[in-house]
Design a protein around this ligand. Structure first.
Ligand code: GLU
Length: 492
């Protein structure tokens, strides 16, 4: 039997990083084993599901590059089938009509709480004869359909591929509802109906569903269908070990934030993969091919993962490891492959020049710029942010950089134009020629070369950090370099 897995998000918001990770693990597992990866949108909660949410989930998956082989199927389209299966289970005696009104259920639950025992079933309804139950239904009395959890003293067990043997006694499982009194089906029932319908062979999903699995297995048994295997994934928590939520933790929780902030999808896949999975060694940087080859369910951890971020430090808006991996991927890819990734970012900032994409000198310059800049950049957005001065003449000088590198030495007012004059006189405007020139001048002045280096960097790039100054100067070019050094001096 061929492997069939699914990602089944509820479109109640955006694609959560935990959802992205679940999708990734399903995708990797399917790719590795030549299986089929199915996307099913669990949109049965009509109040919370909508098209915008569905779209944002699809967008997140598309950006992550987790292409599905089948779907998206919409769970709501199967509602008649879900109802029919519930009625079938009722007919066969695996379920019963629960006539208790919500007020009665509330009272039963309160009583159970007072007795310090869990509420488990609607005993009165469960005890009704079939004839009596049919009669009350025919008379138009509303009812839910509840699963009749066996009172046989037994239990249900399964072996989770991550968490090992999981057993629950039937005496501890409540008679969960399959259909509400308004006829709408509930999660545990629907998920089984659909997993059966889609011939899912392996369910890989969040650990929050571990304890639902026993109920689902009871339904499989009642339907007479072979259950899939299960692998539950550890949760992803915030630094304070609470559940990651957008309401509480903001944008860091949503996959598309990483797209919007200039992450490479391959780097973010790499990061997601390491949230709760490891191949055992020290290796951290994986291409997607390497991930697919290395991925095993045995490598999934049972302890919850943590995304470390700091709400007060913008440089740590997300986990340092995520940023580090992005920088690594940015620097490891062929610069020709990086170019089309940077293009939309520059376009968005009005910094794009079509000549960068055509063959020729501008194109070569552009590739050189990327190769040099990326050594200091973390995200694609940096090319338009701190990288702006390389692609435009109207850039702002970082205030702290100005204060530190231009604001402390008043004599820079003369030194910078004098250095510009020497740069102009230099026949070869190359890093190899410019470095000794600048150092000779600083010796003449009797100041540390760093004073001129830092000042020139800030004057030319607006920043206090960046790639090697001399390469930067060569890249920006004689004319612009000299003009910028002079205009920076004029403001001192
Ligand atoms: N819609 C469920 C969720 O988003 C999926 C559960 C499952 O995979 O069975 O949590």
């Amino acid at each position: 039997m061929s492997l069939r897995v699914r990602f089944a998000p509820s479109p109640t918001g955006y694609l959560h990083v935990g959802g992205g990770r679940t999708a990734l693990f399903n995708w990797l597992y399917a790719r590795k084993h030549g299986g089929t990866f199915i996307l099913r949108i669990e949109d049965t909660d009509k109040e919370r599901s909508n098209d915008t949410n569905t779209k944002s989930i699809l967008e997140g998956l598309e950006w992550l590059g987790l292409s599905w082989d089948e779907g998206p199927y919409f769970q709501s389209e199967g509602i008649e089938r879900h109802k029919a299966v519930a009625h079938e289970l009722l007919k066969k005696g695996w379920a019963y009509r629960s006539f208790a009104t919500s007020a009665e259920l509330e009272a039963q639950r309160k009583q159970a709480e007072a007795d310090k025992r869990p509420w488990l079933r609607d005993d009165a309804s469960r005890a009704l004869s079939v004839a009596e139950s049919d009669r009350r239904a025919a008379a138009g009395e509303p009812f839910a359909i509840r699963f009749k959890v066996p009172l046989d003293g037994g239990g249900t067990r399964f072996e989770d591929a991550v968490y090992g043997v999981q057993e629950r006694k039937h005496a501890d499982i409540e008679d969960f509802a399959l259909l509400r009194p308004d006829g709408t089906p509930l999660y545990n029932h629907v998920v089984v109906c659909d997993d059966v319908e889609m011939r899912i062979t392996f369910v890989i999903r969040g650990q929050d569903h571990l304890s639902n699995t026993h109920k689902q297995l009871l339904i499989y048994r009642a339907i007479g269908s072979e259950p899939p295997r299960f692998a539950h994934l550890p949760l992803i928590n915030a630094p304070d070990r609470t559940k990651l939520s957008k309401r509480k933790h903001g944008e860091v929780v949503s996959v598309t934030t990483y797209r919007d902030r200039g992450f490479l999808p391959e780097a973010f896949r790499n990061f997601l993969a390491l949230l709760g999975w490891s191949a055992g060694g020290d290796k951290e940087i994986y291409t997607t091919e390497e991930l697919t080859a290395a991925f095993t369910l045995e490598g999934i951890s049972r302890s919850n993962a943590i995304i470390n971020f700091s709400e007060s430090d913008p440089r740590m808006w997300t986990d340092k490891k995520a940023l580090h991996l992005n920088q690594e991927h940015l620097n490891r890819m062929a610069v020709e492959d990086l170019a089309p990734r940077v293009e939309p970012v520059l376009r968005g900032a009005g910094l794009w020049d079509d000549a960068y994409a055509a063959g020729g000198a501008r194109h070569d310059w552009f590739l050189r710029a990327l190769a040099l800049l990326r050594t200091r950049f973390v995200t694609l957005s940096d090319f338009a942010g701190p990288g702006r001065a390389y692609f435009a003449d109207d850039f702002e000088t970082d205030a702290a950089a100005r204060e530190k590198n231009l604001g402390k030495e008043p004599r820079l007012k003369e030194w910078l134009p004098a250095l510009a004059a020497r740069f102009e006189a230099e026949p070869e405007f190359t890093h190899a020629a410019l470095e000794p020139l600048l150092r000779a001048y600083s010796d003449e002045l009797g100041v540390k070369a760093g004073v001129l280096i830092n000042a020139a960097r800030t004057a030319v790039s607006g920043q206090s950090v960046g790639p090697s100054l001399f390469e930067l100067l060569e890249l920006v070019g004689r004319q612009r370099v000299c003009a910028r050094m002079r205009s920076a001096a004029a403001t001192l």
